[in-house]
Design a binder for this molecule. Structure first.
Ligand code: FHN
Length: 592
């Protein structure tokens, strides 16, 4: 039987930490995505599998790995000054190379390199010095250095790259995953969890189906014995939901708050690769990183921002520019960032990101915010307003001004109340718009639907769970998935004044690197009014190779007499099982 830890305090710490750094650093940093004069497609840390490089040749990289300019202290200080409260370092990635002095395998940074350094120890010391918690990433399934690592199944879903090393070890049928698990995974995890002080997070990745619930429970038992306060992420086992918090997919952003106490963590790259890739110049701007931080914050999720040091151990100038920008922003954002809050509203305001704790409400106006906005649904005695002039214009309605100046500096206005204010649970049009999120809707279930029961629906490359139990369900990111069944509805109880409203639906593929697909007809009702529409892309929101999204203009609905209504949406026809992975992210109403 699994041992049980009380992780309440760890989850509370994690939820307040909110911002962290992910560090992908291993031998792959040396070639930086280049091999024999050409650049690998996609992720630099997948170089060995992408180019099917024999172990004998790949291991030569270790003989050149001597990152003399690597300075954990300076980097961790940078993270700390940028408001990051924890980091997660790739102690071992899929290449199988241990970035610490492992007694289990000599393929490690101390024994196999001229550096003779234990990088886990260096990160650990720097973390303790700067008050940043240490998390460790360990690839518990994929390991190309080992004959028995990874999954022997073909991987059409993985850009044609192998999960296991089938170039050095072609006899994939006789692989023995248990042997790898017993002789490398458990002993190396024991080292990591015993020799480096407090480990706050164990971050596991790519659990193909060879990782059974039994394997997963062995890891959990080990963690609970050696580091009882350590949180384990959800990429532990594909066959059963285990772990202490939900890792969203790669570059998958939360689509709203979720009600339960299961913490979530979004992870983003700063360009397109996790490991250092010299040819990847698709850098996010500092302003984009701020926006994403606020999106995660208002959704109640943590954000782990990735850095890929190069072969000398240096962060790229673009990474430093983003870190410096986050540092400069801390005076403005810090208080809200670590308040432990999230949006208190039953809708996404659209014109501002919102965060609240007991008595305080922070609003970060976005670029599209009017200079003066009306905020509805907050009832309480105002003690102070900072960054704006707030005038009460109704029982629970306020006029806020000076918003454009705040938008320019991405600073918040802060309203502080004498007692915790009351937030109206009924969404209403604010400044001409309403954005409804599935996490705040009621799901009305019908008989399970055969399509949603498909067991061979594609598994996400990042281990995302794409198929539920035959019913529409909220995914960890807060979006609605498996919404194929005409007998099931998603319902919001809303308030509308009379008028005409244009409806726009945002759908996003819940499967990593898959195309956006329509192939679906939906029906929306508001009271007695009804419209049906095909899902087509009227506007592409995200066409990156991660989670592709588009807006569908569904048409207009007239409301003759204002009042409270149930707004429902359901799928009435789905043309292709390939559309099954599409998620409903939000429904927007705009007064025409
Ligand atoms: O295959 C890895 C990838 O290299 C990277 O580590 C990401 C980070 O989430 N995880 C896997 C793909 O999801």
């Amino acid at each position: 039987m699994s041992s049980v830890s009380d992780l309440t305090a760890s989850k509370a710490w994690f939820h307040k930490a909110r911002l962290g750094a992910f560090i992908h650093w291993g031998l792959y940093a040396l070639p930086g995505g280049m091999w024999e004069g050409t650049s690998v497609p996609y992720l630099a840390e997948w170089l060995q599998s992408a180019r099917r490089i024999p172990n004998a040749e790949y291991s030569l990289l270790a003989e050149r790995f001597n990152p003399q300019t690597f300075d954990a202290d300076a980097i961790v200080k940078g993270f700390s000054d940028a408001g990051m409260r924890y980091l997660v370092f790739t102690a071992k990635h899929h290449e199988g190379f241990a970035m610490w002095r492992s007694r289990v395998s000599s393929f490690n940074s101390y024994d196999a390199t001229p550096a003779h350094r234990d990088f886990v120890a260096e990160w650990s010391r720097a973390c303790q010095k700067h008050g940043v918690k240490l998390g460790l990433y360990y690839s518990h399934c994929l390991d190309w250095h080992e004959a028995d690592g990874g999954d022997p199944r073909p991987c059409e879903n993985n850009f044609g790259m192998s999960w296991g090393n089938d170039w050095d070890f072609p006899d994939q049928q006789n692989k023995n995953f248990d042997r790898y698990f017993e002789t490398k995974v458990l002993p190396q995890l024991t080292e990591l969890l015993s020799n480096y002080g407090e480990v706050a997070v164990l971050w596991l990745d790519c659990p193909m189906t060879v990782v059974t619930p039994r394997h997963a429970r062995c890891i959990l038992d080990l963690v609970h014995i050696l580091q009882p306060n350590c949180l384990v992420n959800s990429r532990l086992c594909m066959l059963e939901t285990l772990g202490d918090y939900g890792s969203l997919g790669d570059n998958q952003l939360p689509a709203g708050t979720t009600a339960d106490d299961f913490p979530r963590e979004a992870i983003i790259t700063l360009n397109d690769s996790w490991g250092y890739k010299s040819t990847d110049h698709n850098w996010k701007s500092p302003a984009q990183v701020r926006q994403i931080t606020l999106d995660a914050l208002q959704s109640g999720a943590n954000l782990l921002v990735n850095f890929g040091p190069d072969g000398d151990g240096r962060l790229t100038p673009e990474s430093w520019a983003i870190l410096h920008d986050l540092m400069e922003w801390q005076d403005a954002v810090g208080e809200a960032l670590h308040s432990g809050g999230q949006s208190p509203f039953p809708q996404d305001l659209g014109w501002a990101r919102a965060v609240a704790d007991d008595r305080r409400l922070w609003l970060f106006p976005g670029e599209s915010a009017p200079d003066t906005a009306v905020l509805a649904g907050v009832e309480g005695e105002l003690q102070s307003a900072t960054g704006t002039h707030a005038a009460r214009i109704g029982q629970d309605t306020w006029r806020l001004d000076g918003l454009q100046a705040l938008a320019k500096t991405q600073s918040p206005l802060r309203l502080e109340f004498t007692e915790p204010p009351r937030y109206d649970a009924c969404p209403r049009i604010q400044n001409g718009r309403m954005r409804l999120l599935p996490a705040q809707a009621k799901l009305i279930h019908g008989e399970p639907n055969a399509l949603a029961m498909l067991t061979d629906a594609p598994l996400g490359a990042a281990g995302e769970k794409l198929v539920g139990n035959g019913h529409s369900v909220l995914a960890d990111n807060g979006a609605l998935c498996d919404w194929h069944n005409p007998a099931e509805h998603c319902v919001w109880h809303i308030r509308l004044e009379s008028g005409r409203y244009r409806l726009r639906l945002v759908t996003r593929n819940g499967a990593h690197s898959q195309p956006w697909r329509g192939d679906r007809t939906v029906e929306v009702t508001i009271g007695d009014c009804r419209l049906t529409a095909e899902i087509v892309a009227t506007e592409r929101l995200d066409d990156s190779h991660y989670y592709r999204a588009a807006v569908t203009d569904l048409g207009e609905i007239p409301i003759v007499h204002g009042g409270e209504f149930d707004l429902t949406i359901r799928t009435i026809h789905i043309a292709s099982p390939d559309a099954a992975t599409m998620q409903l992210e939000r429904l927007e109403l705009q007064r025409s």
